[in-house]
Design a protein around this ligand. Structure first.
Ligand SMILES: C[S@@+](CC[C@H](N)C(=O)[O-])C[C@H]1O[C@@H](n2cnc3c(N)ncnc32)[C@H](O)[C@@H]1O
Length: 467
């Protein structure tokens, strides 16, 4: 292959070779196939996976979600309640930030009025029937959404196999051996990535209105405003930091916990501690047990708590370094199960420790099982009458509704624990000024990234234990 012709760039392709010649300042640089392909990095792998599994589900919304995922996300700030005379709320308001919980309260009043009118119109119908119809309608539309991603004779399923071929299975080792192992893993990955709705014996009930903690102050810049908040500063007295930043959608699972004074909260996968700290800022829980399996991440959580919570309040926080799957003691009023997941944003933007690295395929394949086990542990640990909030930061239906479905199915078959799912659709209405939602989840709610409201993804679902 030493053909030279006087053009600046020549791509020579044949059925079994692909060589690129690039003329650089009069010299040839020859890249072989392997070099060209290795430019396909872990972020590309993640994006390819999302195109494959999310596009059929989110349809027309996918291009907008995709570009938002690839764009810098927005943050909100939570004002640290443990700092006395914290004036940062006013400073941020002067910069144009708005109190997103105040906006939600206003929407909630309007929503309650609207619902009252609807209820009067439907007064002759049994409320349970109304809810059942709503859920089955949702289910039907969900089935439509997912019907084109079912596993058998599925174009997506087929295409991934040829994709595998295309991405060169022989990059690592002799093709014959690795091809079959790798192929099996890929098939398993496809199986794990597709959510097929099934009949589950669970009621979806209408809960009391969302309780918007008056003690929590969260500010964000309005839609389309991409201003950034300044880094938190230490307050002179007490040495605590005055505010912390997090994705505004992360507040929703915390609010969904419906924390009351005196509650004992288990944060099963707690590190680095954003949601746990937000839960403490509601000033409601009496005790928060923050657990994580990773020592380094738990240490980070401890230092964050030290930076924000004074000694006299920190006694309410306990930390444990345990496998969340092993928790069984039924001693908590509320449990947050914020599981490890595809972490969509991180996966498409950070090529470093990326879940889509080929070396982590087993971990990726194992996620749904781990997520199901963690949710089942949470459900075992919560007292009767208490609730579990399951949350993720992925758009993957298999890791969202799919996990709730499989955990509830196992709960029904393997235990005598009874639960109900609480329909949290109200969140969609009351946070519509700040966040964009996908409205066709079957069990939970899903915040989707959009360019003007670039928060999320965040899925959350509340399950109440009734026996
Ligand atoms: C999405 S992150 C949690 C984020 C955290 N809730 C927050 O708001 O900052 C998931 C966490 O689960 C932890 N984890 C993974 N497997 C676990 C297990 N088997 N038991 C407990 N924690 C686990 C990870 O170390 C990671 O810190």
């Amino acid at each position: 292959m030493n053909t030279f012709i006087g053009c600046r760039k020549l791509m020579l392709k044949s059925s079994n070779s692909c060589l690129t010649f690039t003329l650089k300042r009069g010299k040839f640089k020859m890249k072989n196939k392997q070099e060209t392909i290795s430019k396909f990095n872990n972020c590309d792998r993640a994006l390819e996976n999302f195109d494959l599994y999310y596009k059929p589900v989110y349809g027309e919304r996918w291009p907008s979600i995709r570009i938002s995922l690839l764009t810098a996300k927005k943050s909100c700030v939570i004002i640290n309640n443990f700092v006395t005379e914290n004036e940062y709320g006013d400073t941020f308001s002067d910069l144009g930030a708005v109190d997103i919980l105040e906006l939600a309260r206003k929407r909630q009043t309007a929503y309650a009025n609207k619902m009252n009118k609807t209820n009067i119109k439907q007064s002759s119908l049994d409320q349970a029937d109304v809810l059942r119809n709503v859920s089955s309608d949702q289910y039907a539309s969900q089935e439509d959404n997912y019907s084109n991603v079912s596993e058998e004779q599925n174009p997506v399923y087929d295409s991934i196999i040829s994709e595998t071929d295309r991405k060169n299975l022989d990059l690592f080792m002799p093709a014959q051996v690795v091809y079959s192992d790798h192929m099996e893993q890929r098939i398993e990955e496809v199986r794990q990535s597709i959510y097929t709705p099934q009949d589950v014996k669970v009621d979806i009930v209408q809960p009391a209105p969302v309780s918007l903690s008056v003690d929590l102050t969260a500010l964000a810049f309005p839609p389309g405003d991409v201003n950034m908040f300044p880094e938190p500063k230490t307050q002179n007295r007490g040495g605590l930091l005055c505010h912390f930043m997090l994705d505004a959608s992360s507040i929703l699972p915390v609010l969904a916990l419906d924390l009351h004074a005196g509650n004992r909260l288990l944060d099963l996968c707690a590190a680095p501690g954003g949601k746990g700290l937000a839960a403490l800022q509601t000033l409601k829980p009496d005790q928060v047990l923050c657990n994580d399996i990773s020592k380094s991440r738990l240490n980070r959580l401890k230092s964050i708590m030290r930076l924000y919570v004074p000694d006299e309040h920190r006694v309410r926080i306990k930390t444990t370094l345990r496998d969340g799957q092993k928790f069984t003691q039924q001693e908590f009023d509320k449990v947050l199960v914020d599981v490890p997941c595809n972490t969509d944003r991180h996966s498409v933007l950070d090529g470093g420790r990326n879940l889509f690295s080929p070396a982590r395929i087993q971990e990726r394949i194992g996620l749904p099982k781990l997520q199901t086990e963690l949710l089942l542990s949470g459900l075992q640990c919560v007292k009767v009458g208490g609730c579990v909030v399951y949350s993720t930061c992925t758009l993957s239906p298999a890791q969202n509704d799919g996990i709730v479905q499989s955990a509830l199915d196992r709960l029904w078959r393997e235990t005598n624990i009874s639960v109900e799912i609480e329909d949290l659709a109200e969140f969609r209405h009351i946070f519509s000024d700040t966040l964009s939602f996908y409205d066709s989840c079957r069990f939970g709610q899903l915040v989707i990234p959009s360019l003007s409201k670039n928060f999320g993804p965040m899925y959350f679902c509340r399950i109440r234990r009734i026996s």
